[in-house]
Design a binder for this molecule. Structure first.
Ligand SMILES: [Zn+2]
Length: 178
């Protein structure tokens, strides 16, 4: 079965059970029987461009689909009742075992994330941060290995998502202006 956008998964209304679901837009479905409107705004996700003192960047190789085997900045989805910064610190801890200091917002970019047969729209929020070194980093949840690269050795084609390529370009642009 091909992946479908999340709004197209509804056949029966989850409230009244009628087979009357209409797709209004990429983010809204409506029940023609009981009037239920359901909104599917983007899922918030976050990732960290993490540098060490030698201007190297920490990348993770993704152990699972989507984009299995591609490189990514550590990060993940924001949980309910969590700030983006809290989510990012949690995800970095879970994926690479590091505690990061101050976070600086870099850029945001929309993305799509196919998972379990559905395509989720996401809004990816990118931050930068620093640690002294990556010696304590380990490949943990969802990570098959760690990759440390000099900034000029990062190939955007290796990155998992377009949103990450956009964030990386924003990072390079900001460095060039500094
Ligand atoms: Zn209904």
């Amino acid at each position: 079965m091909p992946d479908i956008e999340r709004v197209h998964v509804y056949r029966f209304c989850p409230r009244c059970g009628a087979e009357a679901m209409q797709v209004v837009s990429r983010q809204q479905v409506h029940c023609g029987a009981c009037g239920l409107d359901m909104y599917h705004n983007p899922c918030a996700a976050t990732a960290l461009i993490l540098l060490d003192r030698e201007e190297q960047v920490l990348l993770v190789e993704r152990a699972h689909d989507p984009a299995r085997g591609k490189l990514a900045f550590p990060g993940g989805f924001v949980d309910d009742n969590e700030s983006v910064e809290e989510a990012l610190r949690r995800e970095v801890r879970e994926e690479v075992g590091l505690e990061v200091g101050p976070l600086q917002f870099l850029a945001s970019a929309p993305n799509t994330y196919p998972y379990g047969g559905l395509i989720y729209p996401t809004l990816d929020l990118f931050f930068t941060g620093r640690v002294d070194g990556f010696h304590a980093a380990q490949p943990l949840d969802g990570v098959s290995r760690l990759v440390v690269r000099r900034i000029d050795a990062v190939d955007p084609a290796e990155l998992a998502f377009d949103s990450m390529r956009r964030a990386w370009q924003a990072f390079l642009d900001r460095r060039a202006q500094a």
